[in-house]
Design a protein around this ligand. Structure first.
Ligand SMILES: Nc1ncnc2c1ncn2[C@@H]1O[C@H](COP(=O)(O)OP(=O)(O)OP(=O)(O)O)[C@@H](O)[C@H]1O
Ligand SMILES: [Mg+2]
Length: 350
């Protein structure tokens, strides 16, 4: 546990942990945001004790680019690091996911998928690239033949991305629902649904999943065609996994519209616990957890629930807080808890 007042470097430390495990930033959109203002480069070095022995990861960020070494050998993709170490992060911004726009919920789902299938990231990236190219051609009013060259790869990758999301959602559903029932206070049950863009208008609803990946790719291709006149006018692609959403409901009411703030937080807490439980079941061990000052955002009862859950979890948890009293209590502390103080960018045992 890292404790310290505001602005001392707690989140910064979690950023470094996240980068070392996944090669990607925790909160920042761009790698360059991780470099200290006025400096040219950032450097992170981490030592991992894994079942197979000790490994060292070194990452350097400069000029918006990343170079990474695993035991002195270059790595390009996160899955080359120990096959993609599973990391679940929980940060205060997550608590806004329920009420916010669909992109946050898509990101939540994609991170969960990536922990289960490290290759998902590559497919999602290739999909995003094909999409960008196609959108550019739509905007430029490029000839049909040129644009059409992107449709097939886009549909194929899109089908793969969506199916993986659907599959992981299927795994998460019972676990998140159970966790929600444990933190609920008389709320109706939580339900999770994949909401595909064009589900009613261009045949991309649940029935599109019936024939597997190739059939879904065909459906997506047809949908791209059906939407073409409209998409050409607007200069962007209006169907595909980049437009889909995760519908969260309490009973039959959409949580985005009806949940209170506290209920929204309880839902996110349940989703995170669902993901941890799912990874435990699938991989035989809990993921590395990074929690950034979440305690101060939850009400005392739900915070106690989370802390009890964490203390019974076998796995490494790195959490930050401005107030250790919110986190530690005599009957709850794990025997292996270490309390560290963060002051002006320095970490010290207390
Ligand atoms: N890219 C950057 N360059 C320079 N300073 C930065 C950069 N990003 C953040 N900082 C500063 O580093 C300090 C530590 O930030 P950090 O977010 O880690 O604090 P924190 O301990 O998590 O604080 P809080 O409790 O408020 O969340 C802050 O003063 C912040 O403004
Ligand atoms: Mg912080």
């Amino acid at each position: 546990m890292l404790a310290g007042p505001n602005g001392q470097g707690k989140t910064n430390f979690l950023e470094a942990c996240h980068l070392a495990c996944t090669l990607r930033p925790l909160r920042a959109q761009k790698l360059s945001e991780l470099v200290r203002l006025g400096e040219e480069a950032a450097f992170v070095r981490a030592r991992f004790q894994l079942a197979g022995g000790e490994r060292t990861v070194e990452i350097r960020l400069a000029d918006g680019k990343r170079t990474a070494l695993l035991d002195d050998k270059p790595v390009r993709d996160p899955q080359e690091l120990f096959g993609g170490i599973a990391v679940v992060a929980f940060v205060p911004d997550d608590l806004l996911l329920v009420k916010g726009g669909p992109d946050g919920r898509r990101r939540l789902l994609d991170r969960a998928v990536q922990n289960r299938h490290p290759l998902h990231l590559t497919d999602a990236r290739d999909y995003a690239r094909a999409l960008k190219n196609r959108n550019q051609l739509l905007k430029q009013g490029a000839p049909d033949a040129l644009r059409a060259a992107f449709d097939e790869p886009l549909a194929k990758l899109g089908a793969r991305v969506r199916l993986r999301r659907e599959q992981v959602l299927q795994e998460l559903r019972p676990r998140a629902t159970l966790a929600f029932s444990q933190v609920a206070r008389g709320e109706e049950p939580l339900s999770l649904k994949y909401l595909a863009a064009g589900r009613d208008s261009v045949g991309l609803g649940d029935s599109a999943l019936e024939g597997g990946e190739a059939a879904l790719a065909d459906k997506l291709l047809q949908a791209l065609d059906l939407r073409l006149p409209r998409d050409r006018e607007r200069g962007y692609t209006s169907v595909g996994p980049h437009m889909d959403d995760l519908l969260l409901e309490l009973g039959d009411k959409p949580a985005r519209l009806f949940a209170s703030q506290g209920q929204g937080r309880a839902i996110v807490l349940a989703l995170r616990i669902g993901e941890i439980e799912n990874l435990k079941a699938a991989q035989g061990r809990a993921p590395l957890l990074l929690l950034d000052d979440v305690s101060s955002e939850l009400d005392p009862e739900r915070n106690r629930f989370l802390m009890d859950y964490l203390s019974s979890l076998e796995g490494q948890v790195v959490l930050t807080t401005t107030d250790p009293a919110l986190v530690l209590s005599k009957d709850r502390a794990r025997a292996d808890t270490r309390l560290l103080q963060v002051r002006a960018g320095e970490i010290a045992a207390s």
